[in-house]
Design a protein around this ligand. Structure first.
Ligand code: ADP
Ligand code: MG
Length: 388
């Protein structure tokens, strides 16, 4: 089992805290975004992967209606009533669990509480989506405990609603879908129009490095909204010019963009080219993986970053530094920013045999410029969420 040590530690702490065995335990991993940047809200395609770091949730039924919840590594307990599950401003980690529990039991007349505890090893807030992992292990464990069965997309939407309504984060569905749908050695390719996903084999000769720069540029929120608005404006523009229906940039090809962009504000046109190009790169990447062409796939990752840097302008100096350094590190096949941008992490495709030396080289290159290394984790595409 992945992360057996975390599971053992959780069971030991559960027994000593509650004085009983848990009735159910579930596991859910974090995720990386591999290709397809800012495509989800444009109803396009994304390659992601579940990772080899995750969170376990252990639970049993409580004697009454009170729910008790412990964050294992914080050694903190909170309590709330089954009939009054509301967001909290203190110990905000509980909101991910509360929001998921509330979504799961809605309209089902549940009155019994639970004794729950979770423990994980995903670095928090570093772009690996510890929050979605927490929601998905909560959802699976409590679903089993209460005998509530929901399909994966509904489960993902319950987690997304927990983020929106309880944690105050307007995320898409990518994180939850990736955590649920991951398979060992495989990527997850999701179509965000139909929310249909499939697993695509990567082969044994590939793994990823996640390089966290810890950079976070002040304009993040405003800039994100502006980029989204630019995508919507461009979609509306192309809807008037193309003969086929256009509701989102997903419906526009790069060829159509080039032919019909005249009259669109040049800055908006440049923005639009990024998600359109990303969709085409994801589809091209799927074909390359089928042919076992990892180097070709890696080149698409470099192209993706260049598109972020020049067209969408959601990169920053720190991310560019890592990607530029990666181009000269032996064994590196590709590198790009992963997630929203304006800081955060770079995902690097590398042969497993080169992972260690490449990690050190990237950390050193970053330190040479900024005085301290970026944090590098070795990521292997791993099994998605499941009951233990
Ligand atoms: P990310 O999802 O990228 O890690 P977020 O800010 O969305 O970053 O979520 C991080 C938050 O999730 C943490 O601040 C904490 O509240 C909560 N969280 C997730 N996993 C755990 C855990 N194992 N222990 C405590 N809190 C956790
Ligand atoms: Mg998150």
């Amino acid at each position: 089992m992945v992360n057996q040590d975390v599971y053992d530690a959780l069971l030991a702490q559960y027994r000593s805290h509650y004085g009983k065995e848990p009735e159910v335990v579930a596991y859910a991993p974090g995720r990386i975004e591999v290709l397809g940047n800012h495509t989800d809200y444009n109803e396009g395609f994304v390659f992601s992967a579940a990772i080899n770091y995750g969170t376990f949730f252990a639970a049993s039924k409580a004697p009454g209606s009170t729910c008790r919840l412990v964050a294992g590594d914080l050694r903190r307990e909170v309590q709330f009533e089954t009939g009054a599950v509301t967001a909290s401003t203190t110990d905000t980690w509980q909101n991910y669990v509360k929001g998921t529990f509330a979504g799961l039991i809605e309209g089902r007349g549940v009155t019994t509480g639970f004794d729950g505890m979770f423990l994980g090893n995903i670095p928090l807030g570093s772009g690996l989506s510890s929050s979605a992992a927490l929601e998905m292990c909560t959802g699976l464990a409590l679903g089993k405990l209460y005998g509530i069965e929901v399909d994966p997309v509904t489960m993902a939407k319950i987690g997304q609603h927990a983020e929106h309504a309880y944690a105050g984060c307007k995320c898409g569905l990518l994180d939850q879908i990736s955590s649920l749908a991951g398979k060992q050695g495989m990527l997850v390719k999701t179509d965000f129009r139909s929310v249909v996903y499939e697993n695509v084999p990567m082969g044994p000769d590939a793994c990823f490095l996640m390089c966290n720069t810890h950079a976070k540029h002040a304009l993040v929120d405003g800039a994100y909204d502006k980029l989204r608005a630019a995508c919507e404006e461009a979609a509306a523009f192309f809807a008037k010019r193309l003969r086929h229906p256009v509701t989102h940039l997903r419906d526009v090809s790069m060829a159509e963009w080039a032919l019909y962009k005249e009259g669109l504000d040049p800055a908006v046109a440049a923005c639009a080219a990024h998600p359109i190009g990303e969709d085409e790169r994801v589809l091209a990447g799927a074909k390359l993986l089928e042919q076992g062409d990892l180097a070709g796939f890696g080149q698409l990752m470099f192209d993706s970053h260049e598109s972020s840097r020049v067209l969408f302008r959601n990169s920053c100096e720190e991310l560019d530094t890592v990607v530029e350094a990666a181009k000269n590190v032996p064994g590196v096949l590709g590198a790009r920013l992963s997630g929203g941008g304006f800081g955060g992490s770079v995902v690097v495709l590398v042969h497993p045999r080169d992972a260690e030396t490449a990690s050190a080289a990237l950390a050193n290159a970053y330190a040479a410029r900024y005085g301290k290394p970026c944090a590098v984790s070795v990521i292997t595409p791993s099994e998605g969420a499941h009951l233990v």
